[in-house]
Design a protein around this ligand. Structure first.
Ligand SMILES: [Zn+2]
Length: 401
């Protein structure tokens, strides 16, 4: 792989051994659509390691053996690419970037990222906004990135919005981040300007410790994507932008509760389709409605019926993605046995007792937050959530066993 940056324009050329089909770090198969993309408003003089890691979030799935950057990187970044992915990176001669002191939040506006923002009320936001690609037709006009950007601006936080078409480098399954970390490409290139030492993501306990999508139903202390000692964690640390998961120790029930009770509650939006509010008809809206109904202890309120395509997976037996939250909802939503979740209920039979661990914070998630920002998260969790006991911790650590 050869990478060329021209300002915020990224151009990459595949080597003979590279392929246009690949897998993202979470194991999901992806296919390349085009070999260029753009990020708006980013400085041309960022540290070369920042350009390298920003590029890697886009080109990693297609790169098989080596990557050649247009400017020399540090030995630290080359080592992180080699140790994490077995990739030879060069040329190598730059001094490593020194970490700044600022923690920013990679802010999407969803409940999890709002909750992460609530832990650090003074943290600035960096918001990634999808824009169209000049050479790829946009068959996804219902994706309202303009609405999300407007809501992000309305938070009143210090905010940097980076516009990018990088999601259109993916042909399949659809436009999206080639790697989950591509959402941070703009933040990485802005890191010198913002003095960043850390970047907070809204990934919660399910994504960090319970396997998320890739390791369905499995305890994942060594999560490749999000553990500080995982490949991505070490690569980001090598450029002095530590991955921080402020809500990595709590479930989506807790992030939902924190978000809807926060100052930013009017700006929370997890659905990419609606303009005046969530669309209520997509799969994500259904999943979030189950969690919200559980948090609010009320019946499910959804227009989705069992004959809809988005309902199909709930008519099959488990396992399900995010199953811990399905169990949490099934145990708490009144009348759930008369909804399209009846099949899941008949298989899982959760109780409030068997799911109460999902109301508390898993302490190792706080321990792995870098020292400059750890105490604030610990104090926040002690005040607003509470920590797991030994039994709760065992639930996490035997998840899927
Ligand atoms: Zn929706």
């Amino acid at each position: 792989m050869r990478v060329i940056w021209n300002g915020g324009e990224l151009l990459f050329r595949l080597d003979p051994e590279d392929e246009i089909t690949g897998k993202a770090s979470d194991g999901y198969p992806v296919k390349l659509a085009t070999n260029s993309c753009h990020l708006s408003g980013v400085p041309g003089d960022a540290h070369p390691d920042l350009f390298a890691v920003a590029a890697w979030t886009v080109v990693a799935p297609w790169t098989r053996r080596r990557i050649t950057f247009d400017r020399a990187v540090s030995a630290e970044v080359a080592a992180a690419l080699h140790d994490g992915w077995g990739i030879e990176a060069g040329p190598v001669s730059a001094e490593p970037r020194r970490a700044g002191s600022v923690l920013a939040i990679s802010y999407s506006g969803g409940a999890d990222s709002v909750a992460a923002a609530t832990v650090y009320p003074e943290a600035p936001f960096v918001h990634f906004r999808r824009v169209e690609h000049p050479r790829i037709p946009n068959r996804w006009p219902h994706y309202r990135s303009d609405v999300l950007a407007r809501l992000a601006r309305q938070t009143g936080r210090d905010i940097t919005i980076v516009e990018s078409d990088l999601e259109y480098t993916l042909a399949e399954p659809r436009p999206g981040y080639p790697e989950h970390q591509a959402v941070a490409a703009g933040a990485l290139l802005m890191a010198d300007r913002l003095g960043l030492g850390g970047l907070g993501f809204g990934y919660e306990m399910g994504s960090r410790w319970l396997g998320g999508g890739r390791y369905l139903l499995r305890y994942t202390p060594d999560n490749f994507l999000w553990a500080p000692h995982g490949a991505w964690g070490r690569l980001f640390a090598a450029v002095g932008v530590h991955i921080v998961l402020p809500v990595g120790g709590v479930s989506e029930a807790v992030t939902m509760r924190l978000a809807v009770n926060s100052d930013l509650k009017d700006q929370v939006r997890w659905c990419l389709r609606g303009t005046d509010g969530p669309c209520r008809t997509c799969g994500k809206c259904l999943y979030k409605e189950l969690i919200m109904a559980a948090v609010e202890r009320r019946p499910l309120d959804t227009p989705i019926t069992a004959d809809r395509p988005v309902a199909r997976k709930w008519l099959k037996p488990p396992p399900y993605g995010g199953q811990e939250m399905i169990e949490y909802g099934l145990a708490r939503v009144p009348g759930i046995e008369n909804t399209l979740f009846a099949t899941a209920l008949s298989h899982l039979r959760p109780t409030e007792e068997s799911t109460s661990w999902l109301d508390r914070c898993y302490p190792p998630a706080i321990d792995e937050i870098p020292e400059p920002w750890r105490d604030q998260a610990a104090t926040f969790m002690a005040e607003h959530v509470g920590f797991m006991n030994e039994d709760d911790r065992r639930r996490v650590e035997t998840w899927g066993a």
